[in-house]
Design a protein around this ligand. Structure first.
Ligand code: KG4
Ligand code: ZN
Length: 345
């Protein structure tokens, strides 16, 4: 089955053509293996535009999606070596995200599905991030525990089945990526600062400054990144007021160490609570090298299986939407022309 998918929830316009199903075995008999394959995954990033404003400007994002969507769809089909006539299903992110941005992808996908008489499958962006894991780990089968760490979300999710997600922990304020970006901004890094913070952290002393944990105290699986973010920003302002020099590398390393240990603390609680043995991470911050290394080491120590998407599938992209779209399709999820964008899931 070939799925043409769209993602436009924030500042990346993306279209992908992905193939799913059971290929024929060498002897001609069909196998039951689930073999997802990305035939194309085109991403038009708006980051350079939004960088001028230090963050995503929703109105500009919607207009940029409008400008890009036809072109990237043509490109996705061309790179995949297929035409619209070869597509079996259309999948699109319809929640959560910026409403005007989502509407561009939703309207485009609706029109396309309607004009070609194709099934239309709505996909939740967060579920899509998690499903990005299936390309490299097709044998990652629910139930498992997922940590979604992105610019807009931080959640611990008990994935009961491919289409049954239970959020068991979440941030009570800022998202993890938002905290990386805000601390980066105060240190003068261009938006979004997450990737550069990662690089700087590798060059700094993680024990230079002690910051407060982002793991909410008590018998819960929640995070609070706002207090940690404010503590780092206050520390930087204090240094400036006292004319004390600080190394950005040390701040990045100390902040990252605190973020990673906070995540590990709640993840460990979630593992003990659920008894799950398979762990997957997802979202833009899943690209963080320190988080990847720490979670991988933790899972190895505990005898747990650890899955993470390749770096190019951590950020927003349409291939992840196709992967989740496939499972939603199998579960019978369909949308008609009344499909709308839902900003909060
Ligand atoms: O998943 P994503 O592309 O968009 C949302 O759905 O939010 O995540 C973007 C976030 C940004 O905050 C960005 O700074 C962060 O992911 N990010 C990173 C790294 N690469 C991207 N944060 C920390 N370390 C990284 N290497
Ligand atoms: Zn995302």
């Amino acid at each position: 089955m070939l799925i043409l998918s769209f993602e436009s929830s924030c500042d990346e316009t993306s279209a992908a053509v992905c193939e799913f199903g059971s290929p024929a075995a060498a002897d001609g008999t069909s196998t039951t293996a689930f073999v997802p394959r990305i035939r194309s995954n085109i991403i038009a990033s708006q980051i350079e535009t939004h960088r001028l404003y230090g963050g995503v400007v929703p109105e500009i994002a919607s207009r940029a999606h409008c400008d890009a969507i036809c072109k990237i769809t043509e490109e996705a089909l061309e790179v995949a070596g297929v035409g619209l006539g070869d597509i079996d299903t259309v999948a699109v992110t319809n929640t959560p995200g910026l409403v005007g941005a989502l509407l561009v992808g939703v309207s485009f996908a609706k029109s396309l599905a309607y004009s070609r008489g194709l099934p239309l499958v709505p996909v939740n962006h967060i579920r899509g991030h998690v499903a990005a894991n299936y390309y490299d780990h097709p044998d990652l089968v629910p139930p498992y525990l997922a940590l979604v760490a992105s610019g807009g979300h931080t959640s611990l999710i008990h994935v009961h089945s491919y289409t049954d997600f239970e959020t068991i922990g979440r941030t009570r304020d800022d998202a993890i990526g938002e905290a990386f970006d805000k601390v980066g901004r105060v240190m003068g890094l261009p938006y979004p600062g997450g990737a550069e913070m990662d690089r700087l952290a590798s060059l700094g002393n993680p024990d230079a400054v002690k910051f407060p944990s982002a793991a909410v105290v008590g018998d819960n699986l929640d995070f609070s990144f706002s207090g940690l973010k404010t503590a780092v920003i206050n520390h930087l302002h204090n240094c400036e007021q006292k004319n004390e020099e600080y190394r950005r590398e040390d701040i990045a390393a100390s902040f990252t160490k605190t973020v990673v240990s906070s995540v590990l603390k709640k993840l460990d609680m979630a593992v003990k609570l659920t008894g799950l043995h398979d762990i997957a991470i997802a979202g833009g911050v899943a690209a963080n090298s320190h988080l990847r290394a720490a979670l991988s080491a933790y899972c190895e120590r505990q005898g747990l299986r650890f899955c993470m998407p390749p770096l190019k599938l951590c950020g927003d992209n349409a291939a992840m939407i196709a992967a989740q779209g496939y499972h939603e399709y199998l579960a019978g999820v369909r949308a008609d022309s009344s499909l709308n964008a839902i900003p909060n899931d």
